[in-house]
Structure formats: structure tokens, C-alpha cells
Design a binder for this molecule. Structure first.
Ligand SMILES: [Zn+2]
Length: 363
């Protein structure tokens, strides 16, 4: 594992409305290089280093940011500590970014850099506010699940992708949404009752996060955030008002909860890293019959697949319901394409699974 600082010059003006003067920010990156030189896949897990008080422009006030987002950075550091003891065929980057509160600056820098470098980033996991289990206002406690946010229609898509989505009516099947389904299917079984709650929105009201610039640059990215948020502690200047204590202090963090979020991230990264790459060129023949005919090609990188799962669900269902294992590069299924959604994923040794890929309709 190598560790580096990735500096960037940030200037005021334009979209940088929260930057009053020129500043050098530095992302911190730890890279666990993959062992297979032919495997160009990259996984990225991220949290943000900066924090804020009530006034986002106050750069000298005490702003401990224990939950937002030291909790996410703690997840990233713990994953780096644990995973650095193991070897994976593909590369895993552990990242703590700067300037999230000032406009997603560090994350945008990295997303643009990875796009310009044509990096095969297959999944970006953003951990932001993952250390609290009790809701302000209602007092509801839930330490058994974390929300995973994903976009509906991809932030950018080319003409071909748009055409395929409109033809399949697959607006509930963006690559990011498939990643959440993957987290539920492949990672949840390792976390002993701690679950991922699929939130079918890219983020919460009035909020943004570091996964967004990655989505805008065409990558697959999701956001982990606690199920219940405590708005008395987040983005608040430390003070007592009407007998109520405000501020993002360490004493309000649920550490066991953050540890479970780390476990879910770990299982996701380790599963994807050990799986073969995704199937290529997945196609579905569209004609008037009650069958579904799918074809695909082998993955272009990653460990050798031992076969493929065809995933099937009713059009009204959020999660895959049926799974058919095949060793061929095609399948004819006695299921009507009008009644079901389909996807294909590769299956590797020890049954590690790739991300699921929706077919492109073809005549
Ligand atoms: Zn945050």
C-alpha cells in the first residue's frame, strides 16, 4: 500500500461560491495495488476530512465534525488498515477528501482526474455521516441499518445508453442502483443482521455528497449515510440554546454503529475485488414471443469466471427474485420479456459475484 497527498489549487469564482480566496487543498490517498497486472479494475472508498459549523464560511471556528465526517474517514482508515494485510487482484483506493462542505471540491478533483486518465473505476463508495443512530425530533433509534443512496436516471448517459433505458423502461436500474442491490445481495450476508436500506434517491433533501461528481463523470457511485440523522449535532456551532446542546462532538457518535457500516463496506469491496469483471456486451433479442433470449461476452478483466447468473425480477419488484446459473454465453428463458427485468452477472471461484449488467435490446 502506498500513501500520497494529492494537492489541488482551488480558486474563488464560478461554481466555487464557498471559496473566498485561493487555497491549496490536499486529498489523502492510500492505494492497495492489485496483484494481477492484467486486471485494470479500481475500487474506491471515500470519506471527507473537512468539517463546518453553522456558518460554512467561518474557517477559524471550532468545528469538530465527529460524525460529519470523521465517522466516514474512520471507516476509510479502518478499511485501509484491515485490507492492507490481504492481496486482491484489482486495485483498491482508500481516500479522504478535502472541501466537501465547500462544494465537493476534493471529490470533483479526483473524479475528473480518474475520467481524464480513463480509469476503470467500477465502484465508488462514499461514506458521509455514518456514526449516529438516533433521530433528532422523534428520538427514534435504529442501529441495525444504513441507508445506501443511488441515482435513478444516470447523471450522464450517451445516446445509446439513453435509447436502451427508454426501450427497457429501466429507470430503476442505473449502474448505481445495481450496486446497492449488489451490496444487499453480496455484502449483507457477512454483517450478521446489520442491513443496507436501499434509498431510491441520489441523496437527501438540501444535501449533496462526494458520490455526485463521480456520477457526473460517468462512474458508478453510492452514498452510505446513517438511517436516522441528528440535525441538532450536524453543521452546528457548539453552543447551548434553551437547554439544548448543539455541535458535532465525539460524545454523540455511536461507534458500534460506525463499525457495522465499515463491515458492510468491507464485504462489498472484498467481494467485488475477488469477483471476475462484469459480463460484456449483454444483449436481449426483442421480438414478439413469450421467451427471452440473452447473449453476452466474457469479462475483459478480473479473475476467470466459472459461469454466469441470470437475474430475474417482476417489473414492480425492487430486488432480484430469481437466479439461474449457466456456463454458456447465452440463454433462452421461458420468461416473457414483457413481464420481467433481466440482468447478467459473472460468478467466479468461491462464488464471488460481479455487478449485474442489464441487457441492451437488440433486434
Ligand atoms: Zn458530510
Amino acid at each position: 500500500m502506498t500513501v500520497e497527498l494529492d494537492p489541488m489549487e482551488v480558486m474563488p469564482g464560478g461554481r466555487n461560491t464557498r471559496i473566498p480566496r485561493r487555497v491549496i487543498m490536499k486529498n489523502v490517498l492510500a492505494t492497495l495495488k492489485g496483484t494481477d497486472p492484467n486486471d485494470n479494475r479500481v475500487l474506491l472508498v471515500s470519506g471527507h476530512l473537512d468539517s463546518r459549523a453553522t456558518d460554512v464560511m467561518d474557517s477559524t471556528i471550532t468545528a469538530p465534525g465527529a460524525n460529519d465526517d470523521a465517522s466516514g474517514v474512520a471507516v476509510v482508515i479502518e478499511l485501509a488498515r484491515v485490507m492492507s494485510k490481504y492481496k486482491f487482484p484489482c486495485t483498491i483506493i482508500f481516500m479522504a477528501v478535502q472541501g466537501e462542505e465547500q462544494g465537493l471540491i476534493g471529490a470533483r478533483h479526483m473524479a475528473e482526474k480518474m475520467k481524464a486518465g480513463n480509469i476503470n473505476l467500477i465502484a465508488m463508495l462514499n461514506n458521509d455521516i455514518v456514526g449516529n443512530s438516533v433521530a433528532s425530533e422523534t428520538g427514534d433509534k435504529n442501529d441495525k441499518t444504513v441507508r445506501v443512496f443511488s441515482e435513478m436516471i444516470p447523471a450522464i448517459e450517451n445516446d445509446e445508453e439513453k435509447k436502451a433505458r427508454e426501450s427497457l423502461k429501466s429507470e430503476n436500474d442505473s449502474p448505481s442502483r445495481q450496486l446497492v442491490r449488489y451490496i444487499k445481495e453480496a455484502a449483507e450476508p457477512y454483517t450478521k443482521g446489520f442491513t443496507a436500506t436501499m434509498n431510491m434517491r441520489p441523496d437527501r433533501f438540501l444535501r449533496g455528497g462526494d458520490h455526485t461528481p463521480f456520477l457526473q463523470n460517468g462512474f458508478t457511485a453510492v452514498r452510505f449515510t446513517e438511517y436516522n440523522e441528528n440535525f441538532t449535532q450536524q453543521h452546528q456551532t457548539i453552543r447551548t440554546e434553551n437547554g439544548k446542546d448543539y455541535g458535532d462532538l465525539p460524545k454523540y457518535v455511536d461507534y458500534a454503529y460506525a463499525a457495522n457500516v465499515a463491515r458492510l463496506n468491507l464485504a462489498t469491496l472484498a467481494s467485488l475485488a475477488q469477483a471476475p469483471g462484469k459480463p460484456q456486451n449483454v444483449k436481449m433479442k426483442v421480438n414478439l414471443d413469450n421467451l427471452t433470449y440473452l447473449t453476452w461476452e466474457q469479462p475483459s478483466s478480473g479473475p476467470k469466471p466459472k459461469g454466469y447468473n441470470i437475474l430475474i425480477r417482476e417489473t414492480y419488484q425492487p430486488f432480484w427474485e430469481k437466479k439461474i446459473f449457466v456456463t454458456d454465453l447465452k440463454a433462452e428463458l421461458p420468461y416473457s420479456k414483457d413481464n420481467f427485468f433481466f440482468a447478467v452477472q459473472t460468478v467466479g471461484e468461491k462464488d464471488f459475484l460481479s455487478q449485474a449488467i442489464m441487457p441492451v435490446p437488440a433486434r
